[in-house]
Design a binder for this molecule. Structure first.
Ligand code: GLN
Length: 231
């Protein structure tokens, strides 16, 4: 069975191996008998229908470079998010789903407004290994952002910080989850070392409640080892 993964802005937004998240999903699907087609969507291109849409992270410079285009794509993104399509957005890609990003130089980027949250740059970069609890188990990753994201009360964080900064180094929240949209500051790529989160996203994109087990001995050993090391 074929599934379609859209990779949005693969050239501009792809920090710290974020595209490795797509490779992880493709492999975990393959081991379960699914073939995945990855469609790159860049500036000036429309977002086609998809089973999973992925957006990676980027520096402020790259985010400004695609800012006009992301506003052109705002209606489509918001439609897919509120329809319940599965989306994974990392760091800068996550920030793009909010209302605006006021950068540390004071300039304000109006964003998609697809979800009720905003980001404000800070002089203090939030960098380091991060561990946070989620409904899908603890997640370990790496964060590097100056933006502080503040969620409205109408949406839930993906997790609660155990180690690291999270959304804003203030309220112990990390990321966002709304229907089947997942946002997180965790780079790494985050999915290979967090198989439970990877499978949750696969379940959502396939619209199933369970998946056949695959051998995650090495992945789980790495996951446990990193959490022990960072907490
Ligand atoms: N440029 C944004 C920030 O600094 C996002 C960084 C990222 O994607 N790693 O907050």
């Amino acid at each position: 069975m074929a599934v379609k993964i859209v990779h949005l802005y693969p050239d501009e937004l792809n920090l710290y191996g974020d595209s490795g998240n797509i490779a992880c999903i493709v492999k975990r699907l393959y081991l379960r008998g699914y073939n995945a087609e990855v469609v790159n969507v860049g500036v000036g291109e429309n977002i086609p229908s998809f089973d999973l849409l992925f957006i990676g992270g980027g520096q402020d410079r790259e985010m400004m470079a695609i800012n006009k285009d992301i506003k052109r794509k705002a209606e489509a993104l918001s439609y897919y998010i509120h329809k319940g399509n599965t989306i994974l957005a990392i760091c800068g890609g996550y920030q793009l789903l909010g209302e605006y990003y006021k950068m540390s130089n004071g300039s304000v980027m109006e964003l998609t407004g697809a979800l009720p949250f905003f980001t404000e740059g800070s002089r203090h970069r939030m960098i380091g290994n991060t561990v946070f609890s989620t409904p899908f188990g603890n997640v370990v990753g790496f964060e590097n952002h100056s933006g502080k994201t503040y969620l409205s009360k109408d949406i839930a964080p993906l997790g609660r910080i155990i180690k690291g900064f999270g959304n804003n180094a203030e309220d112990k929240t990390e990321g966002v989850i709304f229907k089947n949209t997942f946002g997180t500051y965790a780079h790494g790529p985050v999915l290979p070392k967090n198989p439970s989160l990877a499978d949750e996203i696969i379940k959502r994109m396939l619209g199933v409640d369970s998946l056949i087990n695959i051998d995650d001995e090495l992945e789980n050993k790495c996951h446990r080892q990193l959490i022990l090391r960072y907490t």
